[in-house]
Design a protein around this ligand. Structure first.
Ligand code: ZN
Length: 297
């Protein structure tokens, strides 16, 4: 299988990173999309994938950096002649999000106008995604894959769940963390995986600043913690992703984020700190994600 890191950024608009999104393409050509942050669809096209050929998307949680690309993905794949309904899997709240996005919501007028054309009417089902609000356990299986999910530690579960996943396909295991603080459920999902794709939102130096400045550290994983997780889970290969813009050189981000990030510490050199800290516990294959990075398994 081929894994394409479509988006590797976090919540801020970043000129170098689209928001969270990962595409898994099996040898038989079947595509499975995990998360759909801003920029995902454009990145798919850059990676030579027609969004209309992606019939299936899983949303790890409903923070905007993981879902706000969904309307564009749905609408543009309608215009690209998607056949049938997109299947959307996600936590509770996903149905509501989809219901308020299309014919009965934000894009009602657009869809009404475009659907006046017979060509668009023909595949109108493309803007009526079928939603599955899912629970921990075996979330999905078909003849090629089995996908297990469990709740990870990110959003208060009384609001909604955030899920980590374990995908088994072609005799390989890929795990993806969604967003999470270190937790046992993610270590279980990733146990002995061929590849773990795990968030690494802030390096230690940023967490120190955030703790001191009182903005909090939120429920994320640091590089030191990620090294521990990868070691405990005994994964063969690790990709760190969901970078909280600490490697950015953007003057706009530096000006705009000054109240909650130590912008003087921002720069590509932070990635050296990240790799060094992960390596303190984890000795296996390690990559720091960049947009459109391709991993063949
Ligand atoms: Zn996120």
């Amino acid at each position: 299988m081929k894994i394409t890191m479509l988006g590797t950024g976090a919540a801020l608009p970043d000129p170098d990173r689209a928001q969270s999104s990962i595409l898994v393409t099996l040898e038989n050509g079947k595509n499975y999309l995990f998360d759909c942050g801003e920029g995902s669809t454009r990145q798919m096209v850059k990676a030579n994938i027609n969004p209309a050929d992606v019939p299936w998307v899983f949303l790890s949680h409903l923070h905007y950096d993981h879902v706000c690309g969904l309307p564009f993905f749905v609408l543009s794949s309608w215009v690209f002649n998607r056949e049938g309904k997109l299947k959307v899997f996600g936590p509770k709240g996903t149905q509501d999000f989809v219901d308020h996005s299309f014919e009965n919501g934000a894009f009602r007028v657009d869809i009404q106008a475009r659907a006046a054309y017979p060509a668009r009417q023909k595949n109108i089902e493309a803007v009526r995604p079928e939603v599955f609000e899912v629970e921990p356990g075996l979330m999905y299986e078909d003849e090629d894959v089995k996908i297990y999910i469990d709740v990870v530690d990110h959003i208060p579960t009384e609001i909604t769940d955030c899920f980590g996943i374990r995908m088994e396909a072609e005799g390989k295991v890929v795990a993806f963390s969604g967003d999470t603080a270190p937790c046992e459920s993610m270590i279980r999902l990733a146990q002995d995986a061929d590849l773990l794709i795990h968030e690494c939102t802030f390096p230690e130096s940023f967490l120190k600043h955030r703790a001191e400045s009182g903005v909090g550290t939120f429920a994320h994983t640091s590089p030191l913690q990620l090294g521990e997780i990868a070691r405990k889970a005994n994964v063969k290969s690790l990709v760190a992703t969901h970078f909280g813009h600490y490697d950015s050189t953007s003057p706009v981000i530096k000006r705009a984020a000054g109240n909650h990030l130590p912008v003087d510490l921002m720069g590509p050199e932070r990635l050296d700190e990240v790799a060094r800290d992960i390596r303190k516990s984890y000795k296996g294959d390690l990559r720091l994600a960049t947009d459109l990075m391709r991993i063949d398994l």
